[in-house]
Design a protein around this ligand. Structure first.
Ligand code: HEM
Length: 310
């Protein structure tokens, strides 16, 4: 999969900066977040599907960053229209022999762009003042029907009760590589062991409650679930959902530990969704590869900038 050219990466970052109310010194998406120590315990049988060192052996430690997606880190967690915001779970697994594997998943079931060009188009249709798409999105969707599930998911996002009762989806296809070399396409999700829970209009919360809630909550855990593709299921299109009937396997359990003491350390970490290791391979999804490039540019910019004084 060839990388997108640098001009396209810059156009995407600049569209995010201009249209999603980003703030210097912060991530260009998911800028508000909290970092935890965590442990991932693989399910015993998963070693038959993949040789990945963090999935196929004993438990490993990890860092988990829970985040809210709006470009402005000060945006309220319940939007003015009463809807919720997209939440994220970034993870950096510690590999037994040293080094890391990274992934980042979000609370949406579908993404609203199939290519970098479509991502830039959709981003430019956002109104930074309201955080909502402009009415022109309707015309755009009419000619790009495949992005409708992603647009609907983001616009209709329920208000989550807690990071710990939210499901996060990796969305892209990857391949599991088994000990005998067999490859099988899959997508992953983090399913909350506490079940999913959302708030109603009557449930009052301050503008920012999610980080305080998870810090005070005590144990939180998710099951890592792989959805296995059938032959012919698209693996290069993040907007295309696979039928609900596809086989699923539980790959393990992620348990949050204590919050990381020096939260500033999280600024040095990039949860690159292409950070896989042997035993997992990347698909040809152009958005997956583009994310890696854009995250790198976001990192370069945010670590050079001063944050405005509060
Ligand atoms: C073209 C598509 C996308 C672009 C351009 C994009 C862009 C970005 C950028 C610039 C960041 C900040 C990176 C940093 O400064 O470290 C970010 C963070 C994040 N994105 Fe995306 N993103 C895209 C698609 C997605 C998708 C499909 C998902 C979910 C499957 C996702 C989930 C996340 C999460 C969870 C974070 C926060 C990671 C962390 O905690 O550091 N993004 N995104």
């Amino acid at each position: 999969m060839p990388d997108a050219d640098r001009a396209t990466v810059i156009r995407a970052i600049e569209a995010m900066e201009k249209h999603t109310a980003t703030v210097p010194g912060y991530r260009r998406a998911h800028p508000r977040g909290v970092l935890f120590h965590a442990t991932f315990t693989p399910a015993p049988d998963i070693a038959t599907l993949t040789t990945a060192a963090h999935l196929a052996g004993p438990p490993v430690t990890a860092l988990v960053r829970l985040s809210t997606a709006p470009g402005n880190p000060h945006a309220p967690e319940r939007k003015p229209d009463g809807r919720g915001t997209t939440l994220g779970l970034g993870i950096r697994f510690d590999l037994p022999a040293g080094g890391h594997a990274t992934w980042a998943a979000a609370s949406i079931p579908a993404f609203p762009a199939r290519t970098p060009k479509e991502f830039i188009q959709v981003t430019k249709l956002q109104n930074p003042a309201t955080g909502k798409p402009s009415p022109l999105i309707l015309a755009h969707v009419a000619t790009h029907r495949h992005i409708l599930p992603g647009i609907r998911a983001i616009a209709g996002m329920p208000v989550q009760a807690s990071f710990a009762t939210t499901r996060y989806n990796g969305l892209h296809a990857y391949f599991l590589v088994a000990p005998d070399g067999t490859r099988r396409a899959f997508r992953y999700s983090w399913l909350p062991d506490a079940g999913e829970a959302t708030l109603t209009d009557e449930d009052q919360r301050p503008p920012h409650y999610l980080i305080d809630e998870i810090l005070q909550r005590g144990p939180a855990s998710w099951s890592l679930v792989f959805t296995l593709a059938d032959p012919g299921d698209p693996t290069d299109d993040v907007t295309a959902q696979w039928p609900d009937s596809r086989e699923t396997v539980t790959a393990g359990t992620l348990r949050l530990g204590s919050a990381v003491e020096d939260q500033a350390a999280l600024d040095a970490t990039v949860f690159d969704p292409t950070g896989v290791v042997p035993g997992i391979e990347l698909s040809d999804d152009p958005i997956l590869h583009f994310r890696s490039q854009v995250y790198g540019e976001s990192f370069t910019r945010r670590t050079r900038e001063e944050r405005p004084r509060a």
